[in-house]
Design a protein around this ligand. Structure first.
Ligand SMILES: NC(=O)c1ccc[n+]([C@@H]2O[C@H](COP(=O)([O-])OP(=O)(O)OC[C@H]3O[C@@H](n4cnc5c(N)ncnc54)[C@H](O)[C@@H]3O)[C@@H](O)[C@H]2O)c1
Length: 256
């Protein structure tokens, strides 16, 4: 799919990997709709991206009416939705039993699954319903990109909820691509390793260096811009479908 004048909706678009994707998409000539719960960042980032090409809509990915309303606003503003990038997510850490043998919180587990997995599915299915009405370009009506994590393959200690939610995203990628093939919508996921987003760049430099040193090559954290470049490539390369692509410098995470 061509990027120029395409419209991309990006959940979690006000920070980190979603924001880097929004910047790259605008630079490539696309319009972007940032869907996020951080209203202050939404106002700031649309200003920086340029209000002619960027729209912010406040919506929680787990909330069906809010996401539906956000899609309506996006279509009203830019005509149609061609690309959906799901980046909204949370990453709590809690061992199944803590050091006093108390069980982990069920609430944290279900909340993580609700935002990371059900939220991704909710947005993807509603975006697909809009994309299905697009006029096909070279047989294609839309592209959906979900964000998994290498924790979905090798989750670390304390990552049961996070790893389960990301493994769910990896698991639904192929069946969703198969479901949507008939309408010309491709579905792929990116499984990043350790990326230099605000959560990590807020850590002391020695901690960041230690994390980077575990990466085979290059020995550093991944850059949000590298994630964004892969988003653009997936959109433009019509033959990538039903796949989860690791973006991790060859890292295979150890238990901790
Ligand atoms: N940073 C990494 O190292 C890394 C590695 C692997 C996977 N990931 C995944 O990439 C995605 C983005 O991570 P990031 O580091 O950019 O995170 P981030 O915290 O910088 O950005 C996440 C954004 O999602 C938004 N958000 C959270 N809950 C939401 C909800 N219910 N509805 C709408 N928006 C919501 C937040 O407001 C925030 O703007 C996440 O799914 C994360 O699990 C990140």
């Amino acid at each position: 799919m061509q990027l120029i004048n395409a419209t991309a909706m990006i959940t979690g678009g006000c920070s980190g990997l979603g924001l880097a994707s929004a910047r790259a998409l605008v630079a490539a000539g696309a319009n972007v709709v940032l869907i996020d719960i951080n209203e202050q960042a939404g106002a700031e980032q649309t200003e920086t991206l340029g209000t002619a090409k960027a729209l912010y809509v406040s919506a929680d990915v787990t909330n069906e009416p809010q996401v539906s309303a956000a899609l309506e606003l996006a279509v009203e503003r830019f005509g149609q939705i061609d690309i959906c990038v799901n980046c909204a997510g949370i990453a709590p850490a809690e061992r199944t039993l803590n050091k006093s043998a108390q069980p982990a919180s069920l609430h944290t587990f279900t909340k993580t699954m609700a935002i990371n997995l059900s939220g991704t599915f909710n947005v993807a299915r509603l975006a697909a319903a809009k994309m299905a009405g697009n006029t096909a370009q070279a047989d294609e009506r839309g592209v959906i990109i979900n964000t998994a994590s290498i924790a979905g393959y090798e989750g670390q200690i304390g990552q049961t909820a996070y790893a389960a939610s990301k493994a769910g995203i990896i698991g639904m990628t192929l069946p969703m691509a198969r479901d949507l093939a008939a309408v010309g919508i491709r579905v792929n996921s990116i499984a990043p390793g350790i990326m230099a987003t605000p959560l990590l760049t807020a850590m002391p430099q020695p901690v960041q260096d230690a994390l980077g040193a575990n990466v085979p090559f290059p020995k550093r954290l991944g850059l949000p811009e590298e994630f964004a470049r892969l988003v653009l490539h997936i959109v433009e390369n019509a033959y990538i479908n039903g796949e989860t692509i690791r973006l991790d410098g060859g890292l295979r995470m150890q238990p901790k």
